[in-house]
Design a protein around this ligand. Structure first.
Ligand SMILES: *Cc1c(COP(=O)(O)O)cnc(C)c1O
Length: 409
């Protein structure tokens, strides 16, 4: 008899987005022809840019020729892409990363979920709250998170990010082994300044803490003073692993490519106190459990760094950020309090008069036929907020704002 991993049974049964679509479908059945518009989607909608599709076509042709065919690639990713990453994402910011510290993957979800395999099950973890659910759920699955009590996991330290602290999380009042940070933040759309990020790096250096830093939305940063990488902070190479993705940057949610940076200096300790470099452990882990992302995807990712690619990617991001600006000003004019949306494709909207997230979600659905995401789905501190995304097309976005104005105004 095979015994099940009972930690999986502790996970909430339904994924947030499954709950939402159930409610939306029920509404659609009762109101056919209402023309529901979703501002809740966490997926991009603009097509891949021409520089990327040209590179993909070329890669396909290579794969179909005897001379150009490639089978398994290097588990860590092709050298051409790792060098392009170092040269384009880090060197211009004065950050020195060696290609051997870059691990190309099939997207940031896999690695943000898998990275916790490198550390013992009894480490303590801290997360900002609200949060991208993958960080916690992946720890639940191996038993590190404990049990849920009142919507919180017993072994997770929550660092609330709310309007009260202007979405700047407080350093924990005790030492924590591992901390997850995500900036620009999903779901709140807020960012972290260099000074604030420096506090976290210093905390990690003083407390021997490992930071998992998710930079999936780095390309959306508009303000030149906001850091794009934690390695912009001195000392971060000793304490931080960073995750990047082409999903939101260049519309790769269906192509699948991202990368993780594991600097050679990052270590974890054995019980005897010996320091073990995580770069080698992650390499070993990837060689065992991952056979690389496709050559075609890696050539596509490389193309985002050509002069045309960079220009085209910027245009797409501009499009989404114009949506965000429209949404921000329209909602603010209606008297709503809106956060984020300046350096990230997410707007975090306070529900009026302290209404519950789910109740506001339902009202928006029934009165404006617009779908948002209830903030409480991202953690207890998300209660009283909803998330709107700027990933839709312009016409839908404008129509949705008109409807919200008719409802609230
Ligand atoms: C979308 C997203 C990712 C990227 O996921 P992929 O697997 O690369 O598509 C990573 N982190 C956060 C917070 C995200 O919202």
């Amino acid at each position: 008899m095979a015994l099940v991993n009972e930690h999986f049974l502790k996970l909430p049964n339904n994924y947030l987005f499954a709950d939402i679509s159930k409610k939306v479908n029920a509404f659609k059945v009762q109101h056919p022809g209402a023309g529901v518009i979703s501002l809740g989607i966490g997926d991009v909608t603009r097509p891949l840019c021409p520089a990327v599709t040209e590179a993909m076509h070329k890669a396909v042709d290579e794969m179909g020729s005897q001379a150009g065919f490639r089978g398994y690639g290097p588990e860590q990713g092709y050298q051409f892409l790792r060098e392009a990453i170092v040269k384009n994402d880090f060197l211009p910011r004065g950050i020195h990363i060696d290609p051997s510290e870059v691990f190309v993957n099939d997207g940031a979800k896999s690695d943000t979920g898998n990275i916790q395999e490198l550390v013992r099950w009894d480490n303590s973890i801290g997360v900002t709250d609200p949060i991208y659910p993958v960080y916690i759920d992946s720890n639940v699955m191996i038993g590190r998170a404990g049990v849920v009590q009142d919507g919180k996991w017993s072994n997770v330290i929550y660092m609330p990010c709310t309007a009260q602290n202007n979405f700047v999380p407080q350093l924990p009042d005790r030492r924590v082994d591992i901390i997850y940070l995500c900036y620009p933040n999903n779901p709140t759309g807020t960012v972290i300044t260099k000074d604030e990020l420096r506090k976290w790096v210093n905390y990690a250096l003083h407390n021997d803490t490992l930071i998992f830093y998710d930079a999936a939305y780095e390309a959306y940063i508009q303000n030149p003073d906001i850091p794009h990488s934690i390695y912009e902070i001195k000392g971060a190479r000793k304490v931080a692993i960073e995750f990047h993705s082409y999903s939101k940057t260049a519309g790769f949610t269906g192509v699948r490519c991202g990368y993780t940076v594991v600097p050679k200096e990052v270590t974890a300790a054995t019980l005897e106190g010996e320091r073990v470099p995580l770069n080698h452990l992650w390499y070993r882990r990837q060689c065992t459990k991952f056979n690389g992302t496709s050559y075609i995807s890696q050539r596509a990712a490389e193309a985002t760094y050509s002069p045309e690619g960079k220009q085209q990617v910027r245009e797409t991001i501009r499009y989404y950020m114009d949506n965000a600006a429209l949404m921000h000003s329209a909602l603010t004019r209606l008297g709503l309090t809106v956060y984020g949306g300046q350096d990230a494709p997410y707007l975090w909207v306070k529900t009026p008069e302290g209404e519950g997230s789910w109740r506001f979600f339902e009202q928006m659905l029934y009165n404006a036929h617009v779908v948002c995401t209830p903030g409480v789905g991202f953690g207890p501190s998300g209660e009283g907020y909803v998330r709107l995304t700027a990933f839709g097309n312009r016409e839908d976005c404008e129509e949705a704002l008109d409807r919200i104005a008719k409802w609230i105004g």
